[in-house]
Ligand binder design. Structure first.
Ligand code: GDP
Length: 299
């Protein structure tokens, strides 16, 4: 929690700085107050759509509870943010014994690092993990993933640069079955400039998993870089069109002022954020918990 509070300090200033100012300037909740509050939320990278939704809910609650004092708005906002992000899915509990995580996302967002951290976490929980280096477009991506696999002490299935990603995944599934692995984590190509290509590649990989590993529980995790703010929202929209995303990993939340994106993504795309990256180290991945996140924001 300490790391989260520390990492979110700029986001906290960004979001709450403006909100506190508005609360300070008014005594009673009236139309002027609500309009200024709305403005403060939009400015704080929450985006227009999310802010409108928050304000609508706040107005209903204020009316229902007959609130008058601006000081009550702080708690109300906290409650609302938790509601927007609440999910009953625990990313550590998979529905079936065998699981496959397909990890997708644009280059540079922290995909490789995230896979390394995930491998380390599951391994630390006593699970047997196999990695598949199916981003064969860049040799560096393969080398990097091999390095992370070594760091996390897990097995990795890799072939050379430009190998067929489908073949890598096929091999990895056979290896996962043979070793009775609990979790197979597949890296995938991160280039987005050719959407059709990327879509076909993901489809192919999906088909292989479904055919070769039908009993496995499948998750598709989209990795997004929180420092890119509204651009990350845009990426979520694009990837939603080509894959059935089951969860989001939001990286680089440490030190950015744009952490409000965690709220916007869940409000606008209704995909749960499952993990957050709070640093570059093996341990710097946390399970996303809306209550802790909002508490850290209001700390
Ligand atoms: P990929 O191209 O998507 O595979 O991205 P990488 O995993 O290579 O990461 C790109 C850069 O982001 C590297 O320098 C990582 O150390 C850094 N990075 C990844 N996740 C985090 C994070 O949660 N916090 C910080 N501060 N840096 C991160």
């Amino acid at each position: 929690f300490g790391k989260l509070v520390e990492g979110l300090s700029k986001t906290r200033n960004n979001i709450l700085g403006g909100v506190e100012q508005v609360i300070h300037n008014f005594k009673a909740i009236d139309e002027d107050f609500l309009e200024e509050l709305e403005e403060a939320l939009i400015v704080a990278d929450l985006g227009v759509g999310t802010t409108i939704r928050i304000m609508e809910d706040l107005r209903v609650k204020i009316k229902e509870r007959k609130l008058r004092d601006v000081q009550d708005v702080r708690g109300l906002l906290q409650e609302e943010l938790v509601e927007i992000m609440r999910t009953d899915q625990d990313p550590y509990i998979f529905e079936r014994e065998r699981s496959v995580l397909l990890v997708i996302g644009v280059n540079g967002v922290g995909k490789t690092t995230t896979i390394g951290k995930l491998a380390h976490q599951y391994k630390s929980q006593g699970k047997k993990v196999v990695l598949a280096a199916a981003d064969t477009f860049r040799a560096a991506a393969i080398d990097q993933l091999v390095e992370w696999a070594n760091r996390a002490s897990v097995e990795i299935i890799a072939q050379g640069e430009n190998a067929d990603p489908g073949a890598v995944v096929y091999d990895a599934v056979q290896a996962a079955k043979a070793r009775k692995a609990d979790i197979l984590i597949c890296d995938t190509a991160g280039r987005l400039h050719n959407k059709k290509n990327l879509m076909e590649e993901l489809r192919k990989v999906n088909r292989i998993i479904e055919r070769e590993y039908p009993d496995a529980y499948k998750e598709v995790l989209l990795v997004l870089d929180s420092t890119t703010g509204q651009n990350a929202l845009q990426q979520a929209k694009q990837f939603k069109e080509i894959a059935d995303i089951t969860g989001i990993v939001l990286t680089k939340l440490d030190g950015t002022a744009k952490g409000g994106i965690a709220i916007a993504i869940q409000a606008e795309h209704e995909i749960p954020v499952k993990f957050i990256g709070v640093g570059e180290g093996l341990e710097d991945l946390q399970k996303f918990d809306p209550v802790s996140f909002v508490e850290a924001l209001f700390e």
